[in-house]
Each structure stands twice: as structure tokens, then as C-alpha cells.
Write a protein that binds this ligand. Sequence first.
Ligand code: ZN
Length: 282
Amino acid sequence: MTPEMPRDAERRRAVAPVICYPNDSLPKPDLGLYRAARKSASKISETRVLPRDAACFTAPRGHFFRITSIDGPQVGDLNLWNAADLSERFYSGKTRALHGTHLGQGERMWSAFPHLRPMATIVEDTLGWYGIDRYGGSVHDVIGTRCDPYTGNLLSGGQYHQCCHSNLTRALAAHLGVSVDEAEPHVHDVLNVFMCTGFTRDTGQYFMKASPVRPGDYLEFFAEIDLLGALSACPGGDCSTEHSSDAAACFPLLVECFAPTEGSLEGWQEPARNGYDRSHGA
Ligand SMILES: [Zn+2]
């Protein structure tokens, strides 16, 4: 039963929103310095992520890593960890609270408590022209989680093993030389690279639509700390129809890492861990 509407319902609805976390005081990345350093940086490695699979890569602090669409439109699910301490991992929810539902140039991927510091900064985005479409959709979201076999099982039964969650788990297990049981708890909510998503205005439901990404498009990051990354080429392909199955056309993704030249990052420092003293009033 719908509860009775109060007389001042419209007045209450008309209250203007305030931004939860005004982010003007966030430390700003020096994109000019990063760009200048990138010009003389040289490629040191590349990793090919096969369709419906994932791969790990490393990007030392001060290096750049680029994720490129090759062969066909494909979205990727990205996990990041501090290479020396997997408990410091990407915090999708707080990144969303700080920057909004989708990330773009100059925005950062923040790490989990108690660290809460930038792990990576987006320096180039060839889909930066897309903006927010008429459905409220945009690219590179931090609102989805990652496709996973548990939700698939819950909604339609079955045992599907190529969801991003499983792909990331297998890739991390292989990289660390541990079992999938040991690796799985490290897998976390992702940055949905190239994926085009939003929330429906009428029902507030999470939606996806065909990604505008085309071969040659890329998203490039500056590694603020020593990073271990894992990228899954989602079984949803461009996510125009469905995921969590083998139905969609899927393509590989390319990850390349670039090393800066000596002295090109003069003045840059690895971000410090968060300054809260962790006494929690106890
Ligand atoms: Zn996926």
C-alpha cells in the first residue's frame, strides 16, 4: 500500500540537492607534468587480454599504463592493488562518492581504507567526447560491480565460469601462484573501462548499452603507486545485449606499460597514505 502523501509533498520534493563531497579541496594531479613526462616515456611491456578471460600486469609508480580496444568493441573490468600489499585495493564506492558515477581525464582511482589515496590518475581518454547521453548514460563507470557467477546463478540458475569475477580470480591466482579460493577474496568492484552505463530515470535501475568504444580507443593512466592490475575482457563484449553468457561477440584488450625517463617527473611524489590517526575515538 502506498503511504498517504503529506500536504507539503511537492515542497519537500522541490528542495535543491547539495553535493555530498564537494571535491574542490582534493589534491589536484599535475596533468601538465604527467603529459610532459609521457612524451619521452618508452614502452616496456604489453599484455594481451583474451576475450572472456583476464590477465594481470604491473605498473611501477611513475609509469603509465594504457588500455586499448583492439579488433572490436569490448569493455574491460579493471582491478588494482598496491603491488606490495594486496589489502590496499581500489575502492569503487568512495571513488564514486568523490568523482561521480563515471570517471574521466584528471580523475583518480582511490584506494580502500585506511589508505584512501590516489592509486592511478586518468591522463588520456579518447572517449572523453561522449559526455552524458540522453538516457543519462556515460562511459568508464564506478557504479557497476563486475559480472559474476553468483548473481547469474541467483537470477537464472546455471554455472557460468567466464564472468569477469571468475576471470579476475583465475588471473590473480595464476599470477600469485595460489589457488582460486585464496585469490577470490582479493577481487573487488571494478572500474568498468569503456562500458556505457547509467541508472534509468523512472525506476533507478542499473542499465548498460552498446559501448561507443571502437578499435584504437584507449584509456591511459599514470600509476601513483606500485601497482598490480588485473583486466578482464567481459563476456558481454560491448555490453549491448547481455553478459554472463557466451552469446555476445567478444574481443581482446591490450594493456601497455610505459616507463618515464630519468628526471622527467621532477617534483612529483608518491601520494602519502591518508592522515587520519585511526584511533576512532576509542
Ligand atoms: Zn563482465
